[in-house]
Design a protein around this ligand. Structure first.
Ligand code: IPE
Ligand code: IPE
Ligand code: MG
Length: 246
């Protein structure tokens, strides 16, 4: 039976988040420069987005560039930005065809202006699409996001707009960049590394974590389905006992 047919369509996650890792190692294995792996990684992005659209997952978030990644060699950072520009240029049409709304989290102001301008244009162009919201985490740091939310809330308290008793989890979540997006039920990381690397720290509190050894450029639709099938076999207890759930 095909993997796709093994999916329980009534139990799909609403939001899948992916740490796309392993591009550099993929290239190195082939005796090529790291950039070659980043280029190839774009095809895997396409596969993941298509898979999400095909089965009807309304939110997909991809970790594309962390604030820490700015410290990589300049050549690599420049190449990554170029790849991003090319991908947006090339893929916006497909996003429109598939009804995908583009969104970003992170400080896109820090990207080269050619990049951020193009992103804003694609975000605007796809803004009425409703099949899937594709969020790219770019120049993103979850700790920074939490600090910014805290500052914003504190300012509102100081200005007398908000009472301290009104600060609760829902209000806090609404001040994060992911406001309006449900927490991911499933987080996938490729390349065998088992860490979060400053990604969605608040939002992943109760997510199922799925680590796969494949390097990102080798990740395809079937791998995406496999991750969801594995997720569907898990028992999410949210602190309760197994007996309480059944
Ligand atoms: C993920 O692949 C892409 C980015 C972080 C931009 P890496 O570039 O981290 O590849 P590895 O982990 O070094 O193999
Ligand atoms: C996390 O990967 C960031 C992205 C995938 C964009 P890294 O390769 O930067 O993470 P570490 O350094 O292995 O933790
Ligand atoms: Mg890496």
């Amino acid at each position: 039976m095909e993997l796709k047919e093994q999916l329980n369509l009534d139990k799909l996650p609403k939001h899948v988040a992916i740490i796309m890792d392993g591009n550099g190692r993929w290239a190195k294995e082939k005796g090529k420069l790291r950039v070659f792996g980043h280029n190839q990684g774009v095809e895997s992005v396409r596969q993941a987005v298509e898979a999400a659209v095909e089965i009807g997952i309304p939110f997909l978030t991809l970790y594309a560039f962390s604030t820490e990644n700015w410290k990589r060699p300049k050549l690599e950072v420049t190449a990554l930005m170029e790849i991003l520009v090319n991908a947006i240029n090339k893929e916006t049409k497909t996003l429109m065809k598939n009804g995908v709304r583009l969104n970003t989290i992170g400080d896109i102001e820090l990207l080269p202006s050619s990049c951020s301008r193009l992103l804003l244009k694609a975000i605007e162009k796809t803004s009425s699409n409703t099949n899937c919201t594709l969020t790219l985490a770019l120049s993103y740091s979850s700790r920074q996001e939490i600090v910014e939310a805290t500052k914003h809330i504190t300012q509102r308290v100081l200005d007398g707009e908000l009472k301290i008793e009104e600060v609760d989890e829902a209000l806090f979540a609404n001040n994060l960049e992911t406001a309006g997006i449900p927490d991911p039920e499933l987080m996938i990381r490729t390349s065998g590394e088992q860490r979060i690397s400053n990604f969605l720290l608040w939002q992943l509190a109760y997510s199922e974590l799925y680590f796969v050894d494949k390097l990102w450029p080798d990740f395809n639709k079937q791998d995406f389905y496999e991750a969801i099938i594995a997720y569907q076999k898990r028992e999410r207890r949210f602190g309760l006992t197994s007996e309480q759930l059944s």
